[in-house]
Design a protein around this ligand. Structure first.
Ligand code: PBG
Ligand code: ZN
Length: 327
């Protein structure tokens, strides 16, 4: 059987047919909004490289989250930074009185139904901007880093985080954190590993927002190479063995092949991190009049759904309605 009896256009002839046979869009509960928090009050500073995103102090964040929670967005992923208080080990990251720890507690108090996730890394707190302390040869000291990352995770769990999310790409970090959480009796804290995190040029706007770019060198010695698929897959496989509850591919849109491969090979939930550069490039295109912003966002998020993402970490989360209604 072939043409003229088989006509694929029958299945998409009308809007009603398309609605019936197309896959459903991900529900808002699958979305997690990554946000940047700073000390002080009344602060809501636009991030130049990320239109529509801001650095919030706790008070303004709580107001912004209200609107996001109303739409049914599932969770928030927190990024902190220590303005003016950086050191070689990044000790600000595990300060129990730090802004991230306080915002975790405030969010759980004000929005008990919202899932609170925290990024566990050191690069926004180290004076050199790397994701762990440096060893004498100038590289990042893996085994020292994982001890510190475990402290950060315990501090966030103690503040009430539902999910801790290590992003430093150190070997053994998932195991070190799982063990430390167990030692402190945080047996229900979820661990979402940034398991396959590539060394990428798409993090630029984020580093601008976080002021977390390395002052010398780059992250090629720890983040995964996008030119080595097998090692990238092993990164996620190992994190599953070390006790991660949720795996991740980051960035998302240039790595749909990796997402689809992992979807076949693991039964763990899979998160797709739709990173800052992926968000900002659509804004830049729309600003020049070269594409419709929300239509492009819709198309890119449906690509992640098709590839098998269970969870969408995306700066588009607050714009769920604009993107998914009437399309
Ligand atoms: C920190 C971290 C980064 C991102 C998330 N956690 C930046 C980096 O690795 O340099 C990037 C997020 C984004 O670009 O949206 N380890
Ligand atoms: Zn980092």
């Amino acid at each position: 059987m072939s043409f003229p009896n088989i006509r694929l256009r029958r299945l998409r002839r009308t809007a009603e047919l398309r609605r019936m046979f197309d896959i459903a869009p991900p529900s808002p509960s699958k979305f997690v909004w990554p946000v940047f928090v700073v000390e002080g009050s009344g602060r809501c500073e636009p991030i130049d490289a990320m239109p529509g995103q801001f650095r919030y102090s706790i008070d303004t964040l709580l107001k912004a989250v209200e609107k996001v929670a109303e739409q049914g967005i599932g969770g928030i992923l927190l990024f902190g930074q220590s303005e003016g208080r950086k050191d070689s080990g990044g000790s600000g990251a595990w300060d129990d009185a730090g802004v991230v720890q306080r915002v975790i507690a405030a969010l759980k108090r004000e929005f008990p139904g919202l899932i609170v996730m925290s990024d566990v890394c050191l690069c926004a707190y180290t004076d050199h901007g790397h994701c762990g302390p440096l060893s004498p040869d100038g590289g990042v000291d893996n085994d020292a880093a994982i001890e510190l990352l475990a402290r950060v995770a315990v501090s966030h769990a103690g503040a009430g985080a539902d999910v801790v999310a290590p992003s430093a790409m150190m070997d053994g970090q998932v195991l070190a954190i799982r063990d430390a959480l167990a030692d402190h009796d945080f047996k229900d804290t979820l661990l979402m590993s940034y398991s396959t995190k590539f060394v990428s040029s798409m993090y630029g706007p984020f580093r601008d927002a976080e002021n977390s770019a390395p002052s010398a060198g780059d992250r090629r010695g720890y983040q995964a190479s996008y030119a080595n698929l097998r090692v990238a897959l092993r990164e996620s496989e190992l994190d599953e063995e070390e006790g991660a509850d949720i795996l991740m591919v980051k960035p998302a849109l240039f790595y749909l092949d990796v997402l689809a491969r992992l979807r076949e090979s693991t039964d763990l939930p899979l998160a797709a991190y739709n990173v800052s550069g992926e968000y900002s490039m659509l804004h830049a295109t729309a600003e020049r009049g070269w594409g419709d912003l929300y239509a492009m966002a819709h198309e890119s998020l449906m690509a992640l759904e098709r590839a098998g993402a269970d969870l969408f970490l995306s700066y588009w989360a607050p714009f769920y309605k604009e993107i998914f209604s009437n399309r």
